[in-house]
Design a protein around this ligand. Sequence first.
Ligand SMILES: Nc1ncnc2c1ncn2[C@@H]1O[C@H](COP(=O)(O)OP(=O)(O)OP(=O)(O)O)[C@@H](O)[C@H]1O
Length: 486
Amino acid sequence: MIEKFIEWFSRLPPLGGFLSKLTVDENQVQVAYKKRKLYILLTKIWAMITFLLLIVYNFKNVIPSFSKGRIIFDNQSLYLMLLFALVIIIAISLWEYLHSKYSPIEKWKLEKLLRGFTEESDLLRQHDNSFNQTKSVKWMYSATDGLVTIKLMAGGHVNAEMEKDITRRLHGYFVKETKRSWILENRRIKDGLITMVFSHEKDERLIIDDISKIQKTNELNIKLTKRLSWTTRQPMGLIVGPTGSGKTSLLKGLIISFLASNYKNKIFTIDGKGAFLSVAMNRIGRVSTDAQSSLELTTELYQIMQQRYEEMNADVDSERDLTHAELFKQGSILLIADELLSLVVEMQAKDKILKPAERIYPQFYSNLMSLIVKGRQVSISVVVSGQMMPASILPTEARDSLGLRVALGRMSQQQAQEIFGVGLKDLPRADTSNYGGLIWLDGLDWEAPKPFLSPYYDDEKIPFKETLSKLAEAEGGGLPQAKCLS
Ligand SMILES: Nc1ncnc2c1ncn2[C@@H]1O[C@H](COP(=O)(O)OP(=O)(O)OP(=O)(O)O)[C@@H](O)[C@H]1O
């Protein structure tokens, strides 16, 4: 009983991200029957009270009525009770409407829908009270920021096949009952819990056309679409796409957003092809385009990482597990390694004529891996990008540490495996016609990568090189040096 009351209470707040709980252990007919009984009981109580009040208020009128020979009747209490009944009827009707499938309050509407679905999909099959054996399913749901998250604990009533099919059926039921669009954003089945996330509107492409609109943040937090953001949950990234798929434009968007989100942020760039990116990035940060300077650049960054760790560990007693940017408010550092394949090929060619101890690639690789594996805590992010990312240059262990993965353009079976670790048939279809592809973000409980529309970078409104120069001025101009970075 207390549990039911707590559940009922959890469903009361109409807004906010509170998790509401709903245990369904009765079918709709039983619920309607109970409700009808309750209404009949209330009506009877009302009639009794009205009658009693009439008697009490008119008791004093009995003798005067006899003596005057006419009935003296005080109907004030009757009017009051009628008014009271009217208010109650309006309140109940409003409550019923707000808890119906037509309700404008999403959270309250969900209760009705989930009850309806439980019944329609036969989740409580063989439910029979006569055996004193109440079967139940538990729903938990919340609705915030346009996302409806629903969790179902089916309590073992459904077989594995049906468990997989429930999301599709619930989706269909919602559309049928509400006649509005529901988009399945995510689904996950784990440990007897089915989690489904729905929205009503498709995620939208972001337009980067004004740096003043970019949200200022202390830590890494960059919007990728209207709904998705790149955050400290996935500080390391991988962007793969063939020529013309929009890789450079996506990098441009990320770079501008990163720099504009915090004027203390710094960028280091490795451009394996020594093309557009390196020329542009020279305005604002350290850039390398060849084997030797790339090794130096990663070594410098590695030292900065060590230095930042020392600063953080100075307070050995601290129990707080914070990042460097949170603790010291000195911004984050981003290393962009574009066209890594070209660079690695060059390094390996050079290494052939060097003595083993002097070889560049092993040292470069070791630096890069350390940064990828250990950079997060000290607010250093790494984004590796290229047309291809064969396992020979980025082994699976390293790839697993890259929490943001974007594949732009058409993908081959091999690339699907390389980037997302699954076959093409297990990936959703992506619209690649308009600089789109697929995205994976760690830490969001996704079951599979999602279709992704790269932010539209408006080169006319914010010309890349010019904007970088402006941002360099805002930063106080100049190249990041190890000493001023840490
Ligand atoms: N997100 C985007 N916003 C605006 N324009 C884009 C976007 N993506 C691609 N484009 C347009 O497509 C062209 C090619 O894109 P981009 O240079 O980013 O591709 P790429 O994959 O980096 O190719 P390459 O490897 O040859 O450099 C750009 O010049 C730009 O006009």
